[in-house]
Design a binder for this molecule. Sequence first.
Ligand SMILES: [Cu+2]
Length: 115
Amino acid sequence: MVALVTRRKAIAGAVASVIALPLVPKTPAAGQPTVHELKIQSFKFVPDRIRVRFGDVIKWTNEDLAPHTATADEFGWDTEELAKGASAEVTVVEGMETSYFCAFHPHMKGSFEIA
Ligand SMILES: [Cu+2]
């Protein structure tokens, strides 16, 4: 009896995991999102202006020795500190701030336009 119950649980678990897979889509139904790869080089966001769509991902990689952040002007989102070689991603959603700066070096600025 115990063995039967265990087997049923195992089957239920297997079914649940199969069903769960499509619920974690990498892409929304309406088109492929783009991953926009930006670098942080010589205290600049490169490129510092891009055009994106909802669902796209903006990915910053810090290639400087100095740590940087990409932080929304009104702090609505933030990559937090990126050490040399570190990356962080932000997904473009409706209503998000589109101008950002580096919290450590506020003269570093970037923005994106949502098409
Ligand atoms: Cu910085």
